[in-house]
Design a protein. Sequence first.
Length: 295
Amino acid sequence: MRAAYAPLGSGTEVARTEVLTTRKREDRFDRSRRIPWFDLERTRSSRALVVGAGALGNEVVKDLVLSGVGHITVVDMDRVVRSNLNRCVLFTEQDAERGRMKAEAVAEAASRLDPVAEVEPLTERVEDLGEGVFDRRDVVVGCVDNLAARVHINANTYHLGVPYVDGGTMGLMGKVQVVVPPRTSCVECTLNASHYRVIEQRYSCTGAGVTFVEPKLASEVTTTALVAAVEAREAMKLLNGRPDLVVSNLFYYDGNRNVSDVLEVAVNPACPNHRAPGARRGAASRSAAAKGRGG
Ligand SMILES: [Zn+2]
C-alpha cells in the first residue's frame, strides 16, 4: 500500500520549498484581476463608508476588505451583545462579554483580513452624521435597521452626488436599492405619509431623541449574508466606475421561496430630493429639521 504522504527527502524538500516560494509570490488578487471590470489600483485607492456594523455591516465590511477596498470607515454607536453572534462573522464571544463597540470590533477584525486596508471605526449616531462624513466618499453602503437613518443617509448622499447602496432584511426577506444621483430614483421616492409618521415617532417635539422601543425582528445569517453580498458587489461596480452594471434599481429577495426580482423605481415628483433645483440641499437638512435642529 502506498503511504498517503511521501516522507520529505532531499528531492521532495526542494520541490516543497519551490511550492512555498511560489505561494508567497502569488498575487492576493490574482482571481479578482480576472474579472473584466476589476481595477485593483482604483479599488485600493477608493473610499467607502459603511453605515451600521450589525449583521449586514459585518458582511459588507468583510466583503469590501477581501475585495481590496483600501479605505473603509464603519459607523455604529452600539455595543456587541450575545444575540448578535448568530449572524455577525467578525464578532467574538469576548466582544460580547466585554460589550465592545461594534464599529471597533468590526474594524479590528477586518484589518486582520487584510493588513494593508485602512478600516476606521466611528462611534456616532447615524442621525448625527454631518455632510463632512459623507463627502469625499466614492460610495456609501447602508446597513441600518430603521427608516429615519435611511432617510438621513439618502438625503445627504443624494445632495452630495455620492452613490448610495441601501440594504435591509426582515427574517428571510431582503432588499437592496442602488441610488446613483442624479440618474436614479432615491430611497425617499418610495416613501409615503405613513413612512414619515414612523420617522417622526422617533423624535420628540423638542428635537431630542425619545425612548423608542424597536420590536425585535427575526434575523438569520443566510439572508443577511446574501443581501450584504449584493450590496458589496454593487458597491464594487460603482467603485470601479461601472454604474452601468448595477441593479436598476431595487433588488428583492425572498428566502422562504428562494426567489429574487428586480424592480425599477420611478422618480417620484413629490420626493423632496427631486422636486426642484436646490431641493436636494433642503432634503439633506430635513432629517435634522425632524429632530428640531433646523437646517
Ligand atoms: Zn427621490
